[in-house]
Write a protein that binds this ligand. Sequence first.
Ligand code: 0O2
Length: 208
Amino acid sequence: MDWDSFLTPYKQAVDELKVKLRGIREQYQKTSLHTPIEFVTGRVKPVSSILNKAERKQIPLNRLDAEMQDLAGVRIVTQFVEDIETVIELVKTRTDFEIVSERDYILQKKQSGYRSYHLVLRYPVHTIEGEQKILVELQIRTLSMNFWATIEHSLRYKYSGEIPEDINMRLQRASEAAFWLDEEMSIIRDEVQEAQRIITAKQRQSRS
Ligand code: 0O2
């Protein structure tokens, strides 16, 4: 399998979406409105992870484009849980891709303790061979959810998916703490946003 050519349109989709979503963040910053987007990241799944997942989920390699929906992954990280809804609404107004499916792991967290909102997009990429529609998984989560997921992902990798029971228990508690952090921050959200507006206005004044 020529992985490089197979994954090229996926890389293009990730790169284009990162530029577009970061553009939204910049537009918010210019207007002094609270930006619902803290940062945007993206990646094409490494070949070793593709092969692992294909084996685990019994996906034939010639069906990867249709059945592995996160070959291209983009993540939007927000400050507050409320921002996630704003981002979802924003994404739904877009006409440059279609939404194929949605999964709300915030309302219904995973057994692991994972929380995030997932959307699968069908995104058209223009290549020299014409248009190709690529599936992209868009994950939307708060900084707190992202912190937990990043740590848990590293531990899952370290222990090849078999995290020892005592660490698992700590992760469950950490997941509850992350939930509680989101709740507490939501309560003081207006205060925080007001402070951020003042800081942005000051920075703009000192630049002009
Ligand atoms: P990587 O290394 O992030 O690229 P399944 O894994 O069967 O539950 P499925 O069908 O692959 O789910 O889709 P889903 O649930 O949307 O999960 C896809 C991605 O979501 C994962 O990619 C992770 O990035 C993230 N994710 C889902 N569950 C968890 C979890 O419990 N902990 C963490 N840290 N992340 C999770 P991969 O395949 O793990 O690969």
